[in-house]
Design a protein. Structure first.
Length: 226
């Protein structure tokens, strides 16, 4: 696990710690590393969850499925990003979502109650990590509010424009890559994949965007419609 320490110290959860403090904090949180194969479930819907996870290598997807088996992607997390904190909280007895390995991945599991409970060792840095966790929760709340705003749009074009506008804003560039391929993007937007591809082609013809696989360029006239 030591080879990941440099990366961990740069994550939002541990950013306020020093390299000397990190191993002690990981011990407090009962940290353990686990490997998962591509498409293997890390958390199933309705699982009782006591751990939150940090992606060390690879990527994971947070998904939901309806009774007909239709899958919707809620989020995708890559190295350094945190997942499972809502499911692990005492407010959620069972996970409302599933987390699945998109690729072969290494995950760092941390005991949630050890994070939020008073530290028996009275670690001076424990409170800093709790404060960091509050910032992570605030960021995830913003992420979910964004998705709700996107899904509330009526047409595929409006949903896609809203999503791309936020991606452009976050990356401070009119040209950017999104973390999804076309199938995944359709799942994220809760639209038909073929209909999404047709709409992207129309938007290119209308001079709103340019697209090459998962890279997009958003033109000024598109921003006025987002």
């Amino acid at each position: 696990m030591e080879r990941y320490h440099h990366m961990l110290i740069q994550t939002p959860l541990f950013s306020s710690l020093t390299h000397e403090e990190l191993p002690h904090m990981l011990q407090c949180l009962k940290a353990r590393q686990k490997s998962y194969r591509a498409e293997q479930f890390i958390i199933h819907e309705t699982d009782r969850v006591e751990d939150l996870g940090i992606v060390l290598e690879g990527s994971v997807q947070v998904i939901t499925e309806d009774v007909f088996g239709n899958r919707s992607i809620t989020a995708k997390f890559e190295p350094g990003q945190l997942f499972g904190h809502v499911s692990a909280s005492k407010l959620s007895h069972n996970s409302p979502v599933a987390v699945v390995a998109e690729t072969d991945c290494e995950i760092l599991l941390l005991h949630f109650n050890s994070l939020v409970a008073p530290c028996s060792r009275a670690c001076s840095f424990h409170s800093r990590v709790i404060e960091n966790m509050m910032n992570v929760l605030a960021e995830r709340n913003l992420m979910m509010n964004r998705k709700l705003a996107i899904l509330s749009r009526r047409t595929i074009r409006d949903k896609l424009l809203a999503y791309l506008a936020w991606q452009s804003q976050d990356r401070e560039s009119m040209t950017f890559s999104v973390p999804f391929n076309r199938d995944e993007l359709a799942d994220y937007l809760c639209v038909n994949r073929s209909a999404l591809s047709r709409e992207i082609s129309k938007m290119i013809d209308d001079g709103l965007i340019a697209s090459d696989r998962n890279q997009f360029t958003l033109y000024e006239q598109a921003l006025a419609l987002a």
